[in-house]
Ligand binder design. Structure first.
Ligand code: SF4
Ligand code: SF4
Length: 479
């Protein structure tokens, strides 16, 4: 472990680290645009330059290997003067349109300008104009005037998603990031990570474009239920102090965007585009009214009716949700596991055109908690799946069940969060909460347990499955 000195402070570095890596590992701030811990070193932005003690020039820290006794300065007069000039260069052609830029509030160019430059441009030349709103893909637009040519996006598609979908054409101040004609960015299911890693507001998400200022939003840690990987994510929604009372109050309980939350044990710093589109799953029309044979009843009456059906049943079968949390699954097992023959069903199957699986993140199982569910109950073998005619009660928890498979004389208890016409025919239908309304955990295919937190309130007419099963037993099932 080589000992190096940063600004006179002793640091034990790893043998194969760069000065940048050693500094960041010890919370020593060094600015960077093109450096990214998960990408190869490009060394093109030059802002990370430091001064080796005794030398009269500066050198980039991202590509400087550590060596025993190395002494560097990150804040010498020479480094400060260099960074100021470099920021003048980087902002030379950059538009001053932070007021309308989606990256404002999260932009390192903006932050570094105030930290390391702070002066107006010294140039009298007009800025070089370039393409605005260039359509890189169905999901991403590019503002070439804001691009500082760090090449992070290009390296991401080459090294991480391996789509090779982006490149840089031309030279100097006419350089342009462009999509490769034979590798469309639309075909890259990880494309939107380039929006996060773009250090400026050049790469913009079409769904999020001009939708919200980030300082009005709050991220809630969560888990993507889109497949068995269970990527750690942040669900961004409006802060309560910025609640809208008159102007479109639905936005107070809407998902504004989803970004990855770095988790080395699960997804690193990335997620796939399906994870970004979770609003399309979570914000489908909800089921919010308990029913008996299609007739609205209040929630306690529906719970008691379900309990009575369970108490009367001789051969009950339960189809357990692979979207249930660890806590909900355990609650089901404890309250009703002894009364039902329970099987785990697949709530979601791959959709047409969806990538099935790959070597990066995406898994073929499109459910978040199959591992935990199958640790408690056997899987429902789908192809051979038939419910015995002697089955007199079927409890269907979650989505993905083909109601035409129900035995003719079986009674039904259905628990679902989303509205479906089949709910009308259930003997008892109970609406349940979704992940964004409760706290819980999922266990991914590798056995890693991840937590999710609530971001929105649950309606009082909707049940929480974690307490529902015990309530059925308490109110309806004879002891
Ligand atoms: S678009 Fe963004 S990530 Fe890509 S090169 Fe330009 S500044 Fe870097
Ligand atoms: S890889 Fe799976 S869990 Fe991760 S973001 Fe994509 S769908 Fe969600």
């Amino acid at each position: 472990m080589p000992e190096i000195f940063i600004d006179g402070k002793s640091i034990q570095a790893e043998r194969d680290q760069t000065v940048m890596q050693a500094a960041l590992a010890h919370n020593v701030p060094i600015p960077y645009f093109c450096y990214h811990p998960s990408l190869s070193i490009a060394g093109n932005c030059r802002i990370c330059a430091v001064q080796v003690e005794g030398r009269s020039w500066v050198e980039i820290a991202c590509n400087m290997p550590v060596s025993e006794g190395l002494r560097v300065l990150t804040d010498s007069e020479q480094v400060r003067a260099y960074r100021k000039e470099l920021m003048q260069l980087v902002t030379l052609n950059h538009p001053v349109d932070c007021g309308i830029c989606d990256k404002a509030g999260e932009c390192t160019l903006q932050d570094y300008h105030y930290q390391y430059n702070g002066s107006p441009s010294v140039s009298n030349e007009p800025k070089v104009r370039s393409t605005k709103f260039h359509p890189l893909s169905e999901r991403i637009v590019l503002d070439n005037e804001r691009c500082i040519l760090c090449s992070r996006c290009v390296r991401f598609t080459k090294e991480i998603s391996k789509s090779n979908a982006l490149g840089i054409t031309q030279r100097g101040d006419t350089s342009l990031v462009r999509a490769a004609e034979d590798h469309p960015l639309d075909d890259d299911p990880y494309s939107d990570n380039v929006i996060d890693i773009c250090p400026v507001g050049a790469l913009l998400s079409r769904p999020f474009l001009y939708k919200a200022r980030v300082w009005y939003l709050k991220p809630t840690p969560s888990v993507c239920p889109g497949c068995a990987r269970g990527c750690t994510i942040q669900i961004w929604h409006r802060k309560s102090e910025w609640k809208l009372n008159a102007l479109d109050p639905r936005k107070n309980v809407s998902i504004e965007r989803i970004t990855p939350l770095e988790n080395p044990a699960v997804n690193g710093p990335w997620i796939c585009n399906k994870g970004r589109d979770l609003a399309q799953i979570f914000e489908r029309p909800r089921a919010e009214q308990a029913m008996q044979k299609g007739k609205s009843v209040d929630l306690p009456a529906a719970i008691a009716a379900a309990g009575r059906l369970i108490g009367d049943a001789k051969r009950p079968v339960a189809l357990v949700s692979s979207w249930g949390s660890n806590e909900e699954l355990a609650a089901f097992k404890q309250a009703l596991g002894g009364r039902f023959a329970a099987f785990v069903k697949e709530d979601w199957v791959p959709q047409p055109g969806e990538r099935l699986d790959d070597d990066l993140l995406i898994r073929a199982d499109k459910n978040p908690n199959t591992a935990a569910a199958r640790a408690l109950f056997p899987a429902l073998a789908d192809a051979a799946f038939t419910l015995d005619d002697a089955t007199d009660l079927v409890l269907i928890w979650g989505e993905g069940f083909d109601f035409s498979r129900l035995p003719a004389r079986a009674r039904t208890i259905v628990l679902d969060a989303y509205a479906q016409p089949e709910h009308q025919g259930a003997d008892v239908f109970i609406p349940v909460s979704i992940q964004t309304e409760r706290r819980g955990h999922y266990t991914n295919f590798q056995g890693v347990v991840s937590a999710f937190e609530p971001c929105f309130p649950k309606k009082p007419t909707v049940a929480d499955a974690e307490t529902l099963f015990a309530a059925m037993v308490a109110t309806g099932v004879p002891a």
